[in-house]
Design a protein around this ligand. Structure first.
Ligand SMILES: Cc1ncc(COP(=O)(O)O)c(C=O)c1O
Length: 307
């Protein structure tokens, strides 16, 4: 998906011209991958106003990621929140995606570079359905990856740490080259973790099940949103380990994520799930999610930051 050039990018406290937001090739993060990022969506709501969905929670997770990798941003959480809204306004974006980054600048080379400046950026762009609108309507075909999700002694799955995403890129490429839409990664014990950039849910006998936070998964903000909406809908929920065979035998399954929103999974490893189309619980939760983020359901004003 090519990105359409907009006017401004927020870099280290200032709005700069899109083409002027440059960094040096000696930037430490470019070499070693230590850095934090986020992905946030803003929606144009039914009443015409623009609201960022769960901005504070995303910025909190950005700072949590920084804590995991012992990196101190130069800016506060409030400043990053304000920068995000300011950027949307400056770019005239009523709907779109925000990508905050915290990374290590240039100066010293080598693994240990404690004095390099910690840079902060926020980028925004227009982004439609991540896996396409057909994916949202009909569901996606998935493949269990040959790549294993991060072991907790090797990586910090609770962080959106840039370098860790090579694992996701390898899994995604493998799935796409083999003709599937998305990858599903297991842990070393064979338990289902998540997609390359999304959390995973299954439905079995009317119960909604997703791996617990103690698994090697990102603590997805959409995951948490959907768990909350499911409880409100009276759907029984459980956070428990899922095996590959439980996934194959699920009645329904779906991905959640800021990018994929709520995307049904219709196939895993060439096995059709349920009827091979979005099931009733997936459809209900997907509708509820879009109603909440797009504003026809006003039950969660605490999740919205008006721009
Ligand atoms: C690996 C991974 N899992 C899950 C998610 C979903 O998280 P969220 O719902 O907070 O966007 C993402 C996206 O940020 C991700 O990169």
């Amino acid at each position: 998906m090519a990105i359409e050039k907009l006017k401004k990018i927020w870099l280290d406290g200032q709005l700069v011209e899109w083409d002027e937001a440059r960094i040096h090739v000696l930037s430490h993060t470019l070499h070693y991958g230590l850095g934090a990022f986020e992905g946030i969506r803003a929606y144009r709501r039914a009443d015409g106003r623009t609201a960022v969905f769960r901005l504070r929670e995303h910025v909190q997770r950005l700072f949590d990621t920084c804590k995991l990798i012992a990196m101190q941003p130069e800016f506060t959480k409030d400043q990053v929140c304000e920068a995000s809204c300011e950027l949307l306004r400056a770019n005239g974006l009523t709907e779109g995606y925000l990508r905050p980054l915290v990374f290590v600048g240039d100066g010293t080379m080598g693994i240990y570079a404690p004095d390099n400046r910690i840079r902060t950026a926020v980028i925004s762009w227009k982004w439609g359905a991540y896996l396409g609108t057909t994916a949202l309507e009909k569901g996606v075909r998935t493949k269990i990856s040959a790549w294993v999700r991060h072991h907790p002694s090797i990586a910090l799955a609770k962080g959106k740490i840039m370098g860790q995403y090579t694992n996701s890129v390898l899994a995604k490429r493998e799935a796409k080259i083999a003709g599937y839409d998305e990858a599903i990664l297991l842990d070393l014990n064979g338990h289902v973790c998540e997609g390359s950039g999304e959390n995973l849910f299954i439905i079995k006998d009317g119960k909604l099940i997703t791996p617990p936070l103690s698994s090697s998964i990102l603590a997805g903000i959409t995951r948490e949103t959907v768990l909350q909406l499911a409880r409100e809908e009276g759907i029984p929920v459980a956070e428990q380990l899922i095996t590959r065979d439980q996934l194959y035998l699920a009645d329904e399954a779906f991905f959640t994520g800021t990018a994929v929103e709520v995307t049904p999974i219709r196939e895993v490893d060439d096995r059709t799930l349920g009827e091979g189309k979005p099931g009733p619980i997936t459809t209900r939760l997907q509708e509820r999610y879009f109603d909440v983020v797009k504003g026809s359901d006003e039950s969660h004003p605490e999740w919205l930051t008006l721009v």
